[in-house]
Design a protein around this ligand. Structure first.
Ligand code: NDP
Length: 315
């Protein structure tokens, strides 16, 4: 049978390119989990994704009610879940003040980490029920949250500290809106959220891989300098960033190529290893990359997991 894969944030950028790469093979039915139904429908049409190979379902990761609703709707659709891809993200590098999710969590960590955390915890049951030979849970990471790289050392650096802001609810009222309890910084909040993504992938692996056989993996697909992720940045940055990545850092990758990379992590029979953070070299060959010290700290992963469980109402 066709594989059945849920991709969050498939209405643009990497998610859309991945949906296209998978749907075009005819081997996958892609459930595009998006907050803006019309935008997703237009994007799928203009990308030329074969219409019998995708379904759009509403999901707003900035609302935990919406996450639960999505899970109910998905289950009612009767489709199996073979692979879940947590791809959606917001990046607010120029924000002066924090904004918040429906439950009052700072928006970047609330969407990128907490929304996905609840989604993947709930859908783990569905992955376990699938009879597909290679079931996977993929969480898109980033080099920017990884301080053992050049790009990860551009200030402000990711740092979760002792999690005092997260433990306090990340709401900017009786706690800081930042995980480490510091002053709000939108670029740092994004990087922190990506460290949480990578830590949770490893914690999933430690807790569930052996018993379930599910593959848990993360990846850094390369710098896709043209996506909507940079839409909140100043115009001069948006003009100069793609050529800078193309010619200076040489980390640039097209949306199409990045989509193929993520599609490999979803479907390639040789990428079944669990607990791995995939990257690609300049010849576009995949390899198992090292994570920074913080992003591979098992004790911190456990704490992020436990605090997040409380925040999303699972503990
Ligand atoms: P885009 O902004 O193009 O795509 C982000 C997607 O997330 C969009 O579909 C967006 O929906 C969706 N989204 C945002 N907020 C929500 C929400 N509350 N609920 C549901 N969906 C939401 O960025 P990219 O394609 O670049 O980013 C995709 C992933 O790749 C992210 O995880 C990012 O961290 C990662 N990444 C990107 C890199 C890059 O260089 N661009 C490098 C490394 C990692 P909508 O269309 O409605 O806005």
């Amino acid at each position: 049978r066709q594989g059945s894969v849920v991709v969050t944030g498939a209405s643009s950028g990497l998610g859309l390119a991945t949906a296209k790469a998978l749907a075009e093979t005819g081997k996958w039915h892609v459930i595009m989990a998006c907050r803006d139904f019309l935008k997703a429908e237009r994007a799928a049409k203009s990308a030329g994704i074969p219409k019998e190979n995708y379904t759009i379902m509403h999901l707003d990761l900035a609302s935990l009610d919406s996450v639960r609703q999505f899970v109910d709707n998905f289950r009612r659709s009767g489709r199996p879940l073979d692979v879940l891809v947590c791809n959606a993200a917001v990046y607010l590098p120029t924000a002066k003040e924090p904004t918040f999710t429906a439950e009052g969590f700072e928006l970047s960590v609330g969407t990128n980490h907490l929304g996905h955390f609840l989604l993947s915890r709930l859908l783990l049951d569905d992955l376990q029920k699938s009879d597909y030979p290679s079931r996977r849970l993929i969480i898109v990471g980033s080099i920017t949250g990884n301080t053992n790289t050049l790009a990860g050392n551009v200030p402000p650096k990711a740092n979760l500290g002792d999690l005092r802001g997260l433990s306090g609810g990340l709401n900017g009222l009786n706690s800081s809106a930042m995980i480490d309890g510091g002053d709000f910084d939108g670029a740092k909040a994004y990087k922190d959220s990506k460290v949480c993504n990578m830590l949770c992938m490893q914690e999933f692996h430690r807790r569930y891989h052996e018993d379930t056989g599910i593959t848990f993996a993360s990846l850094y697909p390369g710098c896709i300098a043209t996506t909507g992720l940079f839409r909140e940045h100043i115009p001069l940055f948006r003009l100069l960033f793609p050529p800078f990545q193309k010619y200076i850092t040489k980390g640039y990758v097209s949306e199409e190529e990045a989509g193929k990379r993520l599609a490999q992590v979803v479907a390639d029979p040789s990428l079944t290893k669990s607990g791995v953070y995939w990257s690609w070299n300049k010849d576009s060959a995949s390899f198992e990359n090292q994570l920074s010290q913080e992003a591979s700290d098992a004790e911190k992963a456990r704490k992020v997991w436990e605090v997040s469980e409380k925040l999303v109402g699972m503990a």
